[in-house]
Each structure stands twice: as C-alpha cells, then as structure tokens.
Design a protein around this ligand. Structure first.
Ligand SMILES: *Cc1c(COP(=O)(O)O)cnc(C)c1O
Length: 402
C-alpha cells in the first residue's frame, strides 16, 4: 500500500520546488525576440541578479547548468599553465577542479574534509608561500551541497588580504544564492558562479557569472577564451541576441523574472535569508531530537558552518537508502542521496542522505517533510529519539513570535 496520492514534495538540494506562479509565467506563447517586453524583461533580470548577489558587478547569463557556469568563469581568466588554489569542503570544489584541468590549469588543492569549513589560516599560509604570485585565482564554494558545509567567505577575503596576494577570489554560490546570506562586493569576491534551479526556483537551464572590475581586468590578459563563454560581448551586447550569443532562453526568462520578483519585491532578500535560516533550524532541531536515542546526526557539528539551503544527515550503520525509498514510495517525498561522501563499499556509504530546504518552502512543507521522515524511521525500525516535530515546531514558533 502507498499513501502517496497528494502533491509530491521534492526535498532534494536542487532542482528545488518550482512555484506555481513561475510555471504559470512560462506557460505562454513564444514572444517576439527582436523587440518589446522580452528585451525590457532581460534588462530587469540583469539588474535583479546584481541585487540578489549584492553587487554592482555585471551579471552574465548563460544557457547552461551549473557546470556550464563553472566553465564559463574559468574560461575567462585561466590561461594554459596558470595556477589555481582550490579549497574543498565536500564534493563540489572537486567538481570545479575537473572543469579546470582540461583548460590547462595547474591546481593546488587544500582539502578541509567533509564536515568542517575552510580554515582561513591554512589559506593565508598557502598564499604567503606563493611568493612569486603564480596563483591566478582561489576557487571554492560558499555552500558545498554534498556535505552541507557553509564557508565563511568574508574570512576568506581577509586571508587573501592578510597574505597580500593578488589572486582573484571566485566563489560558487550555485546551491545557496538567495538562501545563505551573501554580499559579493562587501566580501570582496571577484567572480560569483550561480544557477537558476536552486534558491532561484526556476527550472534548470540558466547559469550566471557575476564579475567584478578586477575580474574584468583579468579577462584582458586571458588569451584562450572561446567564443561562447566569452564575457566580452555578453557584458556589453551591441544587439539583443548577443546577451546569449544566440536565441534567448525566452521561457526561462519569464520564469526567472517572476521568481526574482517574488524574492526581491514581495518577500525582500533579507526576509528570504531569514526564512531559510528558520527552516534550517527546524531541520537541525528535529535531527538533534532523533539523535538523542539513536545514530542520527547532522553531518556538520558546528552550527555556524552549516548551510541554510541543505542538510546532510548521517544515519550511522542504518540504511539511508531504505529510508529514502520508503519516503518516495509510501509518501511521495523525494529526499537527496549521499553524494560521494563515503568510499564505495564502506558501511557509511548507505548511512547518509540529504534534506534540501532551499527556495520555495513554507512551514507546512518543511514540517511535512520532517514528519514524513519521522514516520519512515518508525516504519523501518530505525532507532531515534522522540520529540523531533515538537522541537522543529518550536524553532518556527520562536522565529515568528510577535
Ligand atoms: C548543483 C551544484 C552545482 C552543479 O550544478 P549543475 O546544474 O548540476 O551543473 C555546482 N556547485 C554547487 C555548489 C551546486 O550545488
């Protein structure tokens, strides 16, 4: 028997739940791509994208997923033989490194493990050791979607400054733009890479590069940039289609325009950040309660190093895949898989899953997700403490009390 006959809920860390209004905005006939509304909408989206990353730097739009955003960013600043310093806190910087290598970058990786944030002192030391300033850029993620570690980007900027190193600071915010607080200009970030399908609540298909003045200068010394990824024409297009180096992603723009309206004009970005915080705290409170009598725990012990967009949960020796399957089949709830945090074949391999809590999410959605997991733990006899829903409700109440 299955009970999954209501609306399905997707609690994975991207793509995220798409608001009905975003879907409805996309459900319309093909528009004029030479003049009129679409041209104005595109200009507004570019300004809104700057607002959402808190920057005066241009927002460049690609028809691509996050991997495309990664390649775009590096293609504009890396020459064959250039050095990069890559800071890993899970899987996703490692993914970016795989994009960097075929471009000819020589990558030095500092690995901070899978459940703790970057240690800025180690970064400062590595940069100080590079006395000839060969390192062109420091690349990392704000939120690592596999480990759910959130890095302190302002502290990273301070490490670069303390070392007196001129490298670009390039940050992947794909998981957490409009979820975790982010201030590109105040934190001195040179390139922000993001995409539309997570915090920005739009179907996968658009990637973004936000670029600082310093990044634009770095583009000038790059000699191997290929046409499609080149920032140059897209930054100051002389005709509309050069925004996209080809046909505009018409319906994605309609959807994204509505999503940005919802975030910036209706909710307000600081409220969006704090809603994500509240929902994250509700998730952590539930996991803490489960963990009081059983193996469940948040993967990241230090709260300040946890993302507000996604939580990686350890189930110890118990089979998280069975729990996910139960939630899917019996309840219509999709949870995130363990993304390569354990060695293949290790006991822990099946001992992790992820709860996405990014984007279009309200208390009944997140409390429903937690209650469903609670039911799954009971159905599968996975040991867990009681009071998880009470603890989660308490966090929501605390954040909204008059
Ligand atoms: C999702 C994600 C990516 C990859 O995005 P795709 O759209 O799957 O290519 C890269 N980095 C982070 C931090 C992500 O969360």
């Amino acid at each position: 028997m299955s009970l999954a006959y209501g609306r399905d809920i997707l609690s994975i860390p991207g793509p995220s739940m798409i608001p009905d209004r975003v879907l409805q905005a996309m459900h319309r006939p093909a528009p004029n791509i030479y003049e009129g509304d679409l041209i104005e909408l595109t200009a507004r989206i570019k300004t809104d994208l700057q607002a959402v990353a808190r920057t005066k730097g241009e927002a460049i739009i690609y028809i691509a997923n996050g991997h495309g955003g990664w390649e775009a960013a590096l293609s504009n600043v890396v020459n064959r033989g250039d050095k990069l310093l890559a800071l890993s806190t899970g899987r996703f910087t490692k993914g970016w490194i795989e994009i960097a290598k075929p471009l000819g970058a020589i990558v030095e990786e500092l690995d901070f493990g899978t459940n703790a944030a970057i240690d800025p002192q180690r970064v400062e030391d590595a940069l100080k050791a590079d006395t000839s300033h060969d390192i062109r850029a420091v690349i990392t993620v704000q939120t690592d979607t596999a480990s759910s570690v959130k890095n302190d980007i302002a502290a990273l900027r301070q490490a670069l400054d303390a070392a007196g190193h001129p490298a670009l600071l390039m940050v992947d915010c794909i998981a957490c733009l409009a979820c975790d607080e982010y201030h590109m200009d105040d934190w001195g970030v040179d390139v922000t890479v993001s995409a539309c399908q997570k915090g920005l609540m739009t179907p996968p298909g658009l990637a973004f590069n936000h670029i600082s003045e310093k990044a634009w200068e770095a583009r000038q010394r790059c000699t191997q940039t290929t046409g499609y990824w080149d920032w140059t024409m897209r930054r100051t297009p002389d005709v509309y289609y050069m925004n996209f180096y080809g046909t505009a992603p018409t319906h994605h723009l309609f959807g994204l325009g509505t999503a940005l309206d919802m975030i910036l004009r209706e909710e307000g970005l600081p409220n969006t950040w704090s809603r994500h915080n509240t929902h994250a705290r509700a998730v952590w409170a539930a996991i803490d309660a489960w963990g009081k009598d059983g193996p469940m725990a948040c993967n990241v012990p230090v709260k300040a190093a946890r993302s507000a967009a996604v939580t990686t949960v350890s189930t110890g020796d118990h089979d998280a895949d069975a729990l996910r399957a139960w939630c899917q089949q019996q309840a219509g709830l999709t949870l995130g898989i363990n993304l390569g945090l354990a060695e293949l074949g290790a006991a822990r391999q099946k001992g992790m899953f992820r709860i996405g809590h990014m984007g279009h999410l309200s208390p009944p959605m997140i409390l429903g997700t937690l209650a469903t997991i609670d039911a799954g733990l009971k159905a599968l006899n996975i040991p867990h403490g009681g009071g998880a829903l009470d603890a989660a409700a308490h966090e929501i109440a605390k954040a909204t009390a008059p």
